[in-house]
Design a protein around this ligand. Structure first.
Ligand code: HPA
Length: 235
């Protein structure tokens, strides 16, 4: 047990999927894993361990934002030995070519700051995905002809209600595909501890058009994302 995770040491798999929403962790575990067992309820941040095609997998909620994700990812890595950590979550589309329901596989995650900034200070570290996971996720996404996939840079913001339209303009100008709030810290922690990390994201809204995905379509799209993440983890 750690401060924020109540699981016993052997109850967490080496492969961990991390949605922001703990109820999405429950849904994904009950939908995609065999014999899912709830291994964490501390603070309602649900986590489940089960198997997928015979492989042990944990799906643990991360909460919203990098400070919250950082707590769970640090404990999963340092105390439970997680080796492969894949964020599954939603993001806002930033480029015109990015549509609702599309999947973004994040090669890099830019940020203004992360919880790791106290280490880097004036240095601009470039948080990037694990190549083997990225490659496998792109292949898994390519096998589905009903999903449009984009691969490239995303922006991990500290705020959902953003007061910096000028900054978003620069992100768009520099080819950033979408915005979310967790991946940069996950990639940085994976680099620090020599683990594999990736973020596979579903576009749930679009900053340019203001459109957002109707709730009745969310489940299906999020399912594609979970399957791509699982296929990538065990490729
Ligand atoms: N901003 C930040 N995070 C998000 C967004 C957004 O527009 N949509 C989904 N996650």
């Amino acid at each position: 047990m750690t401060i924020h995770i109540g699981a016993q040491p052997d109850e967490i798999a080496e492969t961990v999927l991390m949605p922001g929403d703990p109820y999405r962790a429950k849904w994904a575990a009950e939908t995609f894993l065999e014999n899912p067992v709830c291994i964490n309820e501390v603070r309602g941040m649900l986590g489940f361990t089960g198997t997928w095609n015979g492989h042990r997998v944990t799906i643990q909620g991360s909460g919203m934002g990098m400070p919250s994700l950082s707590i769970y990812a640090n404990e999963l890595i340092r105390d439970y030995g997680a080796q492969t950590l894949i964020r599954i979550g939603s993001c806002g589309g930033m480029q015109d070519k990015v549509g609702l329901r599309d999947i973004i596989i994040a090669m890099t995650a830019s940020s203004i700051s992360t919880p790791s900034n106290s280490i880097f200070r004036e240095f601009n570290f470039a948080p990037s995905a694990d190549w083997s996971l990225l490659n496998a996720a792109v292949a898994a996404a390519g096998r589905r002809d009903d999903v449009t996939t984009h691969v490239g840079g995303i922006y991990s913001s500290d705020v959902f209600y953003d007061e910096r339209p000028d900054l978003n303009e620069q992100m768009v100008r520099h080819g950033i595909l979408g915005v979310e709030m967790e991946a940069a810290e996950l990639y940085t922690l994976a680099a620090r501890y020599g683990r594999r990390a990736l973020a596979v994201l579903t576009v749930s809204d679009h900053l340019g058009t203001g459109d957002s995905m109707p709730s009745d379509q969310r489940e299906r799209s999020f399912g594609d994302m979970v399957e791509i993440a699982l296929e990538a983890a065990f490729a």
